[in-house]
Design a protein around this ligand. Structure first.
Ligand SMILES: [Zn+2]
Length: 123
């Protein structure tokens, strides 16, 4: 380096190298701080997700307790009154009938009937 800069003052060069290193240290501190804040935010988000999921699971269990002997529908989650296979031109499809008259099949929810969520009085 000194061979390429024969007229450079070693003291000036030393000052510039120190300034560059100081600048780099400052930038690294910013990135490290961002990394720590991201890790903290992700951890808090994970905790919040677990908390909310537990709340929803509790509500789901309370709702399903009204139909203790019914299988929950894999498509909409409502209790099923009947699970059956229907023959179609393209082959068999599994149909979940709900107490309120609606039904789910394949990836589709609530064909016919009212809301896929029956009220507690429906059986
Ligand atoms: Zn359903």
């Amino acid at each position: 380096m000194e061979a390429q800069l024969p007229n450079a003052d070693p003291a000036v060069l030393s000052r510039w190298v120190k300034a560059l290193l100081e600048d780099r240290r400052g930038r690294n501190a910013i990135v490290l701080g961002q990394t720590r804040r991201l890790i903290h935010a992700r951890e808090r988000l994970r905790q919040a997700t677990e908390y909310l999921d537990a709340l929803l699971l509790k509500a789901q269990n309370e709702a399903q307790a009204l139909w203790p002997d019914k299988l929950p529908c894999p498509h909409c989650g409502a209790p099923t009154s009947l699970v059956r296979a229907e023959q179609r031109a393209e082959g068999h499809t599994i149909v979940h009938d709900h107490p309120n008259g609606s039904r789910c099949e394949g990836g589709q929810q609530s064909i016919g009937g009212g809301s896929p969520r029956p009220r507690p009085g429906d059986r």
